[in-house]
Design a binder for this molecule. Structure first.
Ligand SMILES: C[S@@+](CC[C@H](N)C(=O)[O-])C[C@H]1O[C@@H](n2cnc3c(N)ncnc32)[C@H](O)[C@@H]1O
Length: 313
């Protein structure tokens, strides 16, 4: 297949072989990539399902969709790209007649396109506006949050989504120094509280992550979307999820375990009353992680965890 990549932004797909192997794409298959990004995983799936298979690619970021459209253009009519939030998964699949499907992929988090574009405001290493929304036109920005939330709300958010021990001190300093106008001003404010770099990670990492998760409602959207996959997968169809931090991995793990369980009654219950019917089978209890070789060639893959489940009859 002729795929155009010249001078377009790139993103190295994480756990590419592992994720695609577990999705088991076959010629004629029907797949949904809920986070199509720059089309890395999607291209490999399309390669395997061609010529008669179909792929639906979703991304909240309109810029990513534009680039994926060009990158995947060699696959002709085999794919459909939709600029939407995967929280609307069932509605999108029903609109484009993707139901039932053989596999659904989530490769969560941020793309290199987003991280490396200063104007998007995702990186504390680049000077940019406080935006950080996957869809840069929708909803609150990080600037709105840091400049209008109360000290208490900010501290709670940074603690909950960043698992940051010093959230209260950081929130107090932010509030005392408002307005916070750019990524570097925000990063500096955190460094002023925590001191310079003492560990492997930059002191502002957790605060930036917390704000990104909050501004995009990442955890809530993931929970809602995962529930919708059950109705969409055909029996034997696979759900494959790559997550990048412990909060999202916990949601994926708990969802898969709950759906694979034959009973959801409280522990110690003698006679099951819940009547829960398992809908998924866990394919591997342990997470799949990138090899040291992959991490060496793509350090952004280092925190990735892949989980797989299969739809039961
Ligand atoms: C790690 S990148 C995916 C990269 C892609 N697998 C590739 O190979 O190019 C994650 C993508 O998910 C998108 N995303 C994150 N949350 C989303 C959501 N709730 N709905 C739709 N897209 C989302 C982001 O905009 C980003 O483009």
């Amino acid at each position: 297949m002729g795929v155009i990549t010249m001078s377009l932004p790139t993103h190295i797909p994480v756990l590419l072989n592992e994720a695609v192997e577990e999705l088991r794409p076959q010629p004629g298959g029907c797949f949904v990539d809920c986070t199509v990004g720059l089309g890395g995983h999607a291209a490999t799936i399309l390669e395997r399902i061609s010529p008669s298979g179909r792929l639906l690619g979703i991304d909240d970021d309109p810029e990513a969709i534009k680039i994926a459209q060009i990158k995947l253009s060699g696959y002709g009519e085999a794919f459909t790209l939709v600029n939407d939030n995967f929280v609307n998964l069932e509605t999108i699949c029903s609109k484009y007649h993707f139901h039932p499907v053989d596999g659904i992929l989530f490769d969560l988090g941020v793309s290199s396109l987003q991280l490396d574009t200063a104007q998007r405001g995702f990186s504390f290493q680049l000077e940019g506006p406080l935006n950080m929304r996957f869809n840069p036109e929708q909803g609150l920005t990080v600037g709105d949050i840091v400049n209008t939330f109360s000290e208490r709300e900010l501290a709670q958010l940074i603690e909950k989504y960043g698992e940051e021990r010093h959230s209260r001190r950081i929130a107090r300093h932010i509030v005392q120094n408002r307005p916070i106008t750019t990524t570097s001003v925000l990063a500096r404010a955190v460094v002023q509280v925590l001191g310079g770099r003492h560990t492997r990670i930059h002191p502002a990492t957790r605060t930036f992550m917390a704000l990104r998760i909050a501004v995009n409602s990442e955890l809530q959207n993931l929970e809602f979307a995962l529930k919708q996959t059950i109705n969409l997968l055909r029996p034997g169809g696979r759900l494959v999820v790559i997550s990048y931090h412990s909060l999202e991995d916990r949601i994926v793990k708990q969802f898969m375990r709950r759906e694979a369980s034959g009973c959801l009654c409280p522990p110690g219950t003698v006679i099951c009353r819940c009547g829960h019917v398992p809908t998924l089978k866990l394919i591997s209890r342990k997470v799949i992680k990138p090899t040291s070789l992959e991490i060496e060639s793509n350090p952004r893959s280092r925190s990735a965890k892949l989980r797989i489940a299969e739809r039961l009859n």
